[in-house]
Ligand binder design. Structure first.
Ligand code: UDX
Length: 436
C-alpha cells in the first residue's frame, strides 16, 4: 500500500480475521481484538481457530504487522481506523442484535489517534445514523464513519477480499471515503462510493438476490421432476445468457450458511417493520425451508417408510471447502430422519464433533464407504470432492439397499446405475439400477 495505516479490527471471527490478515498483507499494521480469551490465546500461539483456505498462511506471513489481543485499549493505542467485524445475530423479532456493535463503540471512547470507524458487520439500513449518534455521545464527533460491507464467500474469503468484484464504501464525508479507499490500495477491484444507507442495503439486497436465484432454480428443478426435463441441462443453457450468468444456478438441498438465511430473514423483517410485506423474499425463504424436507419425503416414499431404516449422510457442512455447519441443510435432514425413527450415520471430512453433538443418536464415520455400510440409503448432502473418488460398486455391495439420493447433483447417473444403485437427484429423472 502507498501509505501504511494502523488499524484496529474488532472481532476475530471469519470476517475479522480475514479483514485483519488481508490488511496486514497490504502493508498496514493491524491489531485484532476479540473478547474470547481462548480465541486470542490460540491466535497468539500461531493457531487459527477457523478453517479458511490460505488464512493461516497469510497470518503467518504477516505476523510482524499483526497482533491479537483481548484488550481494546491496547488495540486502539495507535489505531487510526477501527473496523467493526462482530456478529449481528437475529433476535426474537428478526431484528439484528447490535449489542456487540454498541459494546465496541463504548470501547472507542478516548482512542487517541482515531480518525474513522468502519462497520463491516451486516446491519439493518439506518444503523449508520444510530452509530453516528453513539459516536457523538462517546466524544468522537470528529471521527468519520463508513459502512464497508463484505461480499466474501467462505472457502474463498481471502481471494474474495483481495480480488473482489467491487469494494463498496458508504461514508459520512469525502475524506473518510478516501481514507477507506486508500486502505484498499493493492486490492484488485473497483471502488463504488455511495451513501451509508445504500451501502447497508447493498449487502442485504445482493445476498437476497443470490438466495432468490438459487431458490428459482430449485423451483424449476421441482417442475422438471414433474415434467421430465433435466434441471442440469436447463441451468447450463439458461446460464449461457449473459444477462443471467452461469452462477448460483445449481439446484440442490437449498442454501445454508451464515449469510443467506440470516440476511434474507433480516431484509424481510426490515421490510415488515416498515409495513411492507416483501412477498417475493417471503416465498424464497419458505421454498428454501421446504427443500430438504421434500428430499426426505421423496426418499421416504421410495423406501416405503423411514422407521428403522439406516441412512448414511454424506457431508454435513453447509457447502464444501468449509468446516461450517451454520444453517446447514444436514441439520434439518438429520433431525427429520431421527423424528421418523430412522438411524442416522454420517461422514464429513471437516465438520467438528462439537458441532454435531446436538444431533445425538448420530453415528460418525471416517469415510463415505464406512458410513454407507449396512445402510438402506445414502444422501449426498454436501458436494465434497472426495465423493468423486468413492468406489460406488464396492460401497453399494456393503449396503442393505442400494439407494442414493444425490442432494447436490454431483454424481453421474449412469455410473451410479451401473454400480447397481437406484439413483435419485434434484430436478432429474430417477435412474434405475442396470440389470446385473
Ligand atoms: C455467501 C455470499 O456468497 C457472500 O457474498 C456473502 O458475503 C456471504 O454469503 P457463503 O455463505 O460463504 O457466502 O457461501 P456461498 O458459496 O455463497 O453458498 C451459500 C449457500 O448457497 C450454500 O449453502 C450453497 O450450497 C448454496 N448454493 C450456492 C446453492 O445451493 N446453489 C448454488 O448455485 C450456489
Amino acid at each position: 500500500a502507498s501509505t501504511s495505516r494502523t488499524v484496529a479490527v474488532f472481532g476475530a471471527g471469519y470476517i475479522g480475521l480475514v479483514t485483519g490478515a488481508c490488511f496486514a498483507a497490504l502493508g498496514h499494521r493491524v491489531a485484532v481484538r476479540d473478547v474470547q480469551p481462548e480465541r486470542v490465546r490460540l491466535l497468539n500461539s500461531g493457531d487459527v481457530p477457523i478453517y479458511e483456505p490460505g488464512l493461516g498462511e497469510l497470518i503467518a506471513a504477516n505476523k510482524e504487522r499483526l497482533t491479537f489481543t483481548l484488550d481494546a485499549r491496547e488495540a486502539l493505542q495507535d489505531a487510526e481506523v477501527a473496523y467493526i467485524c462482530v456478529d449481528t445475530p437475529p433476535t426474537a423479532s428478526g431484528d439484528a442484535d447490535l449489542s456487540r456493535v454498541w459494546a465496541v463503540i463504548e470501547t472507542l471512547k478516548g482512542a487517541p489517534h482515531l480518525t474513522a470507524v468502519v462497520i463491516k458487520s451486516t446491519v439493518p439500513v439506518g444503523t449508520g445514523d444510530r452509530v453516528r449518534c453513539a459516536l457523538d455521545d462517546a466524544g468522537l464527533a470528529h471521527v468519520g464513519y463508513a459502512a464497508n460491507p463484505e461480499f466474501t464467500a467462505e472457502g474463498k474469503a481471502v481471494e474474495d477480499f483481495l480480488r473482489p468484484d467491487r469494494i463498496v464504501i458508504g461514508a459520512s464525508d469525502a475524506s473518510t471515503a478516501q481514507l477507506i479507499t486508500d486502505l484498499h490500495d493493492g486490492v484488485d477491484g473497483p471502488v463504488q462510493t455511495l451513501s451509508i444507507a445504500s451501502a447497508e442495503m447493498v449487502k442485504l439486497a445482493a445476498n437476497a438476490l443470490l438466495a432468490t436465484k438459487i431458490t428459482f432454480i430449485n423451483e424449476i428443478a421441482t417442475v422438471c421432476e414433474a415434467t421430465g426435463a433435466d434441471v442440469e441441462e436447463v441451468a447450463t443453457a439458461i446460464g449461457m445468457d449473459h444477462r443471467l450468468g452461469p452462477h448460483f444456478l445449481k439446484a440442490g438441498l437449498g442454501y445454508g450458511g451464515s449469510c443467506f438465511p440470516k440476511d434474507s430473514r433480516a431484509l424481510r423483517a426490515m421490510a415488515s417493520n416498515s409495513g411492507y410485506p416483501f412477498q417475493l423474499l417471503n416465498s424464497v425463504i419458505e421454498v428454501n425451508d421446504l427443500q430438504p424436507r421434500r428430499a426426505i419425503q421423496r426418499l421416504k416414499t421410495e423406501l416405503g417408510g423411514l422407521k428403522g431404516r439406516r441412512i448414511a449422510l454424506l457431508g454435513m457442512t453447509f457447502k464444501a471447502g468449509t468446516d461450517d455447519l451454520r444453517e446447514a441443510p444436514s441439520a434439518v435432514i438429520a433431525a427429520r430422519l431421527l423424528a421418523e425413527s430412522a438411524e442416522v450415520h454420517c461422514w464429513d471430512p471437516m465438520a467438528r464433533p462439537a458441532d454435531i453433538a446436538p444431533w445425538n443418536a448420530t453415528v460418525r464415520h471416517s469415510s463415505p464407504g464406512e458410513a454407507m455400510s449396512d445402510a438402506d440409503a445414502a444422501i449426498v448432502v454436501t458436494e465434497w470432492p472426495e465423493l468423486k473418488t468413492v468406489d460406488w460398486s464396492a460401497a453399494g455391495r456393503s449396503m442393505r439397499r442400494r439407494v442414493l439420493f444425490d442432494g447436490r447433483n454431483v454424481l453421474d447417473p449412469n455410473t451410479m446405475a451401473s454400480a447397481g444403485f437406484l439413483y435419485m437427484s434434484v430436478g432429474r429423472a430417477t435412474v434405475l439400477p442396470d440389470a446385473e
